[in-house]
Write a protein that binds this ligand. Structure first.
Ligand SMILES: [Zn+2]
Length: 135
């Protein structure tokens, strides 16, 4: 079975440990890896009016803030041993920076790889930037 690198798993554990989830108690971590190997971690940040920020959105924000615009691999780890796949909003966010080769890997809460998706399997026939008229 395919393994996820210890470096990535530790980064996910570390980010998840810092989740701010007083309302859901559902900590999630994500690491975005760019084609040049840079890694950007994120975790979920909830707020009292319930419109919190997902781990994937946090990690994408860090990636974009650093000037990166393309995803090679997306890692997501939830709190338990069930599939914690990106929500609908995050699927669209990932799509914005994905290529057909981008892989989305969902790990169990203990760090085992559970499932790997392509963008097409995660969000089939997705709307994306190329559907908009040229700027
Ligand atoms: Zn989300």
């Amino acid at each position: 079975m395919e393994q996820v690198s210890e470096e990535i798993v530790q980064k996910l554990f570390s980010a998840r440990a810092n989740a701010y989830v007083p309302y859901s108690n559902h900590p999630v971590a994500s690491v975005m890896v760019t084609p040049d190997g840079q890694q950007f971690a994120g975790t979920n940040v909830e707020v009292a009016h319930y419109k919190g920020l997902c781990a994937e959105a946090s990690a994408i924000s860090a990636m974009v803030t650093a000037g990166q615009r393309q995803l090679e691999t997306v890692y997501v780890m939830g709190p338990a041993d069930h599939l914690c796949t990106p929500c609908g909003d995050c699927r669209q966010r990932i799509r914005e920076f994905a290529t057909p080769d981008t892989q989305i890997k969902v790990l169990s809460g203990s760090g085992e790889l559970m499932k790997t998706y392509t963008m097409e399997t995660l969000l089939p026939d997705a709307f994306g930037p190329e559907q908009l008229p040229p700027r």
